[in-house]
Design a protein around this ligand. Sequence first.
Ligand code: HEC
Length: 119
Amino acid sequence: MNTLLRAVVVAAFGLALAPQPGLSGDSAATKTAAAPVDVEAAEKLYKRQCRACHGPTAKGLASYPKLAAQPADYIEGRLRQYRAGETLGPNTPLMAPRARKLSDQDIANLAAFISSLPG
Ligand code: HEC
């Protein structure tokens, strides 16, 4: 009984010490555990590699989905899936090659930047 109680206390304590997911955009940074999110770098990258399809304010057009104001976790997840070669929508062949070149840091940066754009 005593041992069990101690195990429970230790487990609870361990949970308290484990890194907690931060508020909103923070989670992308903690997940990659690399450099902090660099929104300026993402803005440049977006202009060079994403704007042509998703639009200057990421509002999308026709078959190019709107990205602005999507949660950072969602954007990050989608980009990782495309990068991993998964087929998501009918136009995945247009998008996947763009994701393939992105690093974890690029993805975290882009997710933070794009989610901050007004929807
Ligand atoms: C050649 C045009 C093109 C370029 C350039 C492009 N995308 Fe896309 N993107 C698309 C299309 C088309 C889709 C929908 C693909 C599908 O059907 O799965 C898409 C889907 C996405 C999605 C998933 C949206 C959702 O709600 O499912 C994200 C996130 C995304 N793009 C981010 C980016 C980022 C970030 C860049 C720049 C690194 C980028 N895209 C560059 C065409 C493009």
